[in-house]
Design a protein around this ligand. Structure first.
Ligand code: GLN
Length: 572
């Protein structure tokens, strides 16, 4: 059986528990151990697929077609290991399984209760994954904050797990040590309370990861250790950093992985962080920079575009460049016009999305990028909007649309296929997960990927309507990617444009620091080229006060690893 490390969080949400778990995974992997990460989510939805991005952020899709929590994206990006549907367990799934069993009569004679039935089902899912992955260490992140009513059954299951496997489990608790300006001091009380709460439900944490703006003094660490009942060395700083990718190094310096390995009695070498440090250095000290506009609908909820932001960071690093993101609402373009908002961009991305709001602004953005030769990358909805724009302004079908936005459009260039039209339930019924795609020889897609077939992850209902494919092609739209074994268009592009490509899938989900996604790498290359052509240079030094704004500290714009109130670096 693998060793199990349980990661919980206290005081407030959004402390970056997922990044902490992923960072520990990376450190243990760098020591030669096999690691798997699993997320337990205490909400009652079966999966986050039916939740709004405003509430939940991005829905991360796995190869096997599960709609999961965005922390699974961090797990994949940090450890390089692909996860599956079993890596995300929700209270909804647990109760669903129990209630079905109850109806089948599998509990005949008993009263079905939280303890033991719910807790057993939770443990069954953890142990099941441990057995299938055969990892050395299984990291289990418990969603929510200690003290939430919803997470109680999950924490109780963890308590039982420790009772059953005392020597093979370890509890890591992520807390906050805030700096109170009025007092000019860092305060340990919230951490003390959070640990007290955990201990009340029978869990004594073995390690505390203390999120703080500035390093903890030894006095403070001793105080926390004394009040929380653990050794001083088990109180580890999680000081704010410029980029989430620096977190593993911070933890390593604080002795986290060393302690985990020792406490669990694992045999492991010293961690090899060479390649990771090189990547972090590229992110921290870029030589070049370009400004890319993301035209979306959830732009003030950055979590909604998590994987996209990271894919741009990875692709930027591949060119020693920082990609500065400018966030643009589709509706803002409708109000102010594309020229004003997109004029000084080096690239435009229209990402995935649902629903009609802001669509006309996105169509305008695509039109502007197409007509002005600005590198354009469309993702999922972004491809659908690109097809609508082409149909309207190149083919001349003024009212062409997607049946998602106008079911009465004269040309529904994007439409539901019969299998989707017949769908009655909303949950897990989209076209989900990995499908193979054939690339057209000599196309931009084939050149960027450097291969003739790829596999990418999907999450959509609507498709390019084959009835209109010939008309679109005859006017110059190249359909350069096709689903293997099915007549579905996966990629469209424009050959007489510096870089114009849009895909029905989500390449951003597969980008990783050491394996930046080829489409993003080529898109960013084209964007930097445009910047050089436009301004004579894409050097970072040349930028101060320039179109991209003053050069801010580079890094992945994740506010969870920055002091409160600071603008995420990389934003413009
Ligand atoms: N709303 C579109 C569809 O369902 C696009 C989905 C997406 O961008 N993920 O097909």
């Amino acid at each position: 059986m693998p060793k199990i490390v349980v990661v919980t969080g206290g005081v407030v949400s959004s402390l970056g528990k997922g990044i902490a778990a992923a960072s520990l995974g990376l450190l243990l992997k760098a020591r030669g151990l096999r690691v798997t990460l699993q997320k337990l989510d205490p909400y009652l939805n079966i999966d986050p697929g039916t939740m709004s991005p405003f509430q939940h952020g991005e829905v991360f899709v796995t190869d096997d077609g599960a709609e999961t929590d965005l922390d699974l994206g961090h797990y994949e990006r940090f450890t390089g290991v692909s996860v599956t549907r079993s890596h995300n367990v929700t209270a909804g799934q647990v109760y669903d399984a129990i209630l079905s069993k109850e109806r089948r009569g599998e509990y005949l004679g008993s009263t079905v209760q939280v303890i033991p039935h719910v807790t057993d089902e939770i443990k069954r899912r953890i142990i099941g994954l441990s057995l299938t992955t055969q990892a050395d260490v299984h990291i289990v992140e418990v969603g929510g904050t200690v003290g939430d009513i919803e997470s109680l059954p999950f924490l109780e299951a963890m308590r039982q797990l420790r009772l059953e496997q005392r020597r093979d489990t370890l509890f890591v608790h992520v807390t906050l040590v805030p700096f109170i300006r009025a007092a000019g001091e860092m305060k340990t009380k919230p951490t003390q309370h959070s640990v007290k709460e955990l201990r009340e439900i029978g869990i004594q944490p073995d390690i505390l990861l203390c999120r703080c703006e500035r390093p903890l003094s030894s006095d403070l660490r001793e105080k926390i250790a004394l009040f929380c009942n653990l050794p001083t060395e088990a109180v580890i700083d999680a000081t704010d950093v410029g980029s989430i990718y620096e977190v593993p190094q911070v933890f390593n310096r604080g002795g986290l992985d060393e302690r985990v390995v020792r406490e669990l009695g694992l045999e492991a070498g010293e961690p090899d962080l060479g390649a990771w440090s090189d990547f972090v250095e590229r992110v921290r000290s870029p030589r070049h920079q370009g400004v890319v506009g993301i035209v979306g609908k959830y732009t003030h909820v950055r979590d909604a575009y998590k994987s996209l932001i990271e894919a741009l960071v990875h692709a930027g690093a591949a060119h020693h460049a920082r990609v500065v993101v400018r966030w643009i609402e589709g509706e803002e373009i409708e109000a102010r016009g594309a020229a004003e908002l997109l004029r000084d961009l080096d690239g435009v991305v229209v990402p995935g999305g649902f629903g009609e709001r802001g669509i006309e602004g996105k169509v305008e953005a695509v039109r502007y990028a197409r007509e002005r030769g600005i590198p354009f990358l469309g993702l999922c909805l972004g491809m659908q909007v690109a097809v609508i724009e082409f149909a309207r302004h190149v083919v001349g079908w003024r009212e062409a649309n997607s049946s998602e936005f106008n079911p009465a459009a004269p040309q529904k260039v994007i439409d539901l296929l019969p299998d989707q039209a017949a769908v009655t339930e909303k949950g897990a019924t989209m076209r989900l997960g990995a499908y193979r795609c054939e690339l057209r020889e000599g196309s931009l897609a084939a050149r960027a990927y450097g291969r003739s077939e790829v596999e990418e992850r999907h999450r959509h209902r609507y498709e390019l309507n084959q009835r209109h494919a010939a008309a679109l092609q005859s006017r110059g739209l190249v359909l350069s990617g096709k689903c293997v074994g099915r007549e579905l268009v996966e990629i469209v592009e424009l050959p007489d444009h510096p870089w114009f490509l849009a895909v029905q899938f989500h390449p951003e989900l597969k980008s990783r620091p050491h394996e930046p996604h080829p489409l993003f790498v080529d898109f960013v290359r084209a964007a930097l080229e445009r910047r050089r052509a436009r301004l004579g240079s894409d050097r970072v030094e040349a930028e101060r006060g320039g179109a991209g704004g003053p050069a801010s500290k580079p890094g992945s714009p994740d506010p969870r690893w920055q002091p409160a109130g600071r603008t995420p670096p990389g934003d413009a």
